[in-house]
Design a protein around this ligand. Structure first.
Ligand code: ADP
Length: 253
């Protein structure tokens, strides 16, 4: 059995979501669900619509059609409880390099209106779990790329979300830090029962995912386990299966 808790209610529901940029259909009827404790890989080549989907999931933009629910809360009608259920790690670093780890995290908890004593308790808890407590007074600009990502992950966890959105979080990391981060996410999803949605175009990051959603040109082509993805396409590996569905990588124009 996968890490998912079968029979539990979905914490993330995406139903027939559409988004256009002028004539470009960036998302064309995208639907899927995420349950507690699932690591779901969103695998798609450049232009598949992953970033657009993350922008809608994080409430930055609204879909042209369709519905997004987090913990049952409709993102359009009830954005406050819906967003409270989400933790987000963006592709680009959003830490202030001149501030310490503690100051960056306190800034975030302040935005969430968390009382300072509770915030400090949770910051210590998260940094300790992510083996970062010794860097609490370091300026973020002095941290390695891998540690910056860990601080961003700690920040995303402070308000105890049930869904973690990770938008190509290994961009710019060296291979060892990439592997560490993937492993850490698998531990987190088990320990916290969070649903992790991990967008990437790198097949090696998704081999141990509970489910792989293959996106291409704004559509979901497959939503299945890694083993079933290989079996369905008759391919020996995830990379081959992915390429058989999405075609060779197009050269940038
Ligand atoms: P991915 O993150 O998978 O690379 P995107 O969501 O960035 O995919 O892009 C999906 C499609 O939407 C692509 O065809 C892209 O060119 C187009 N697109 C994305 N953002 C914009 C924008 N702001 N204006 C016009 N087209 C866009």
């Amino acid at each position: 059995m996968s890490g998912s808790e079968t029979g539990t209610a979905p914490v993330l529901q995406v139903e027939n979501v559409e988004k256009r940029y002028g004539p470009v259909r960036a998302l064309n009827g995208v639907s899927f669900e995420g349950r507690p404790g699932e690591f779901i890989a969103l695998l798609g080549p450049n232009g598949a619509g992953k970033s657009t989907l993350f922008q809608l999931l994080s409430g930055l933009f609204t879909p042209d059609a369709g519905m997004i629910r987090v913990m049952g809360h409709n993102m359009l009608r009830d954005p406050v409880p819906a967003l409270a259920g989400l933790g987000i790690v963006f592709q680009q670093s959003t830490l202030d390099p001149e501030l310490t780890v503690m100051a960056n995290l306190l800034f975030h908890t302040g935005l969430h209106g968390m009382p300072r004593s509770l915030a400090k308790e949770r910051i210590h808890r998260e940094l300790s779990r992510l083996a970062l407590l010794d860097r609490v007074n370091s300026k973020c600009g002095q941290l390695s790329g891998g540690n910056k990502r860990r601080v961003e992950l700690a920040r995303a966890l402070l308000h105890e979300p049930r869904v973690l959105l990770m938008d190509e979080p290994t961009v710019g990391l060296d291979p060892a830090s990439r592997t560490d981060l993937v492993k850490l996410m698998h531990t987190l999803k088990r320990e916290r029962s969070v649903a992790v949605l991990w967008a990437t175009h790198l097949c090696e990051e998704v081999e141990n995912a509970d489910r792989i959603i293959v996106m291409h040109k704004g559509k979901v082509l497959k939503d299945t386990t890694p083993a079933a993805l290989m079996a369905d396409t008759g391919m020996p590996g995830i990379e081959e299966a992915f390429l058989s569905l999405t075609g060779p990588v197009e050269a940038p124009v």
